[in-house]
Design a protein around this ligand. Structure first.
Ligand code: AR6
Length: 168
């Protein structure tokens, strides 16, 4: 099941929230900064032991002070015009986050709109990739029962609502 809500991902009580991280995994601005602030300093201690993450991949930690039990740190691509593999890298980080959640027997996961802030990925194109990748993943049997897209801004909320409603 796919849900779309407007809100703050740090408030979501799900098995895992996904972070829009960078390759260092050591924190940053945007949703990454908000997640690290809400989780508390233990999160960056665990992240230091992961030795970074490649673009298009993801790594899991505990959620510490967050209501979510885990954080899956996914690294989306920086938008460089669209012909540098951006769609495949964005799809890959959604798919890897879902695979890692399933490997850990998690059932609920919430995504922010990865790459659509500081990394500059056009929001409409990113929504197409995110929804197609999640739909494709949910066609296969796995432990995942609920995927929530947590949209922070109205523009993303409308883009996701239009696309999800059109496909239901
Ligand atoms: N809850 C949900 N979504 C949020 C929140 C929140 N609390 N705060 C922001 N967003 P961004 P990126 C939305 O810039 O583009 C960091 O410095 C925001 O409106 O957080 O993947 C990392 O360390 C936007 O739609 O991530 C990287 O260096 C979406 O989250 C870099 O930014 C993603 O925006 C990653 O850039």
């Amino acid at each position: 099941m796919i849900r779309v809500i407007q809100g703050d991902i740090t408030k979501q009580a799900v098995d895992a929230i996904v972070n829009a991280a960078n390759t260092s995994l050591l924190g940053g601005g945007g949703v990454d900064g908000a997640i690290h602030r809400a989780a508390g300093p233990d999160l960056v201690f665990e992240c230091r032991m992961l030795h970074g993450c490649k673009t298009g991949d993801a790594k899991i930690t505990k959620g510490y002070r967050l209501p979510a039990e885990h954080v899956i740190h996914a690294v989306g691509p920086v938008w460089r015009g669209g012909s540098h593999g951006e769609p495949n890298l964005l799809a890959s980080c959604y798919r890897r986050a879902l695979e890692i959640a399933a490997e850990n027997n998690l059932t609920s996961i919430a995504f922010p709109n990865i790459s659509t802030g500081i990394y500059g990925y056009p929001k409409d194109k990113a929504a197409d990739v995110a929804i197609a990748t999640v739909n494709q993943f949910l066609e296969q049997p796995s432990t995942i029962q609920e995927v929530t897209f947590v949209c922070f801004d109205m523009e993303n909320l409308t883009l996701y609502q239009d696309r999800i409603h059109a496909s239901q």
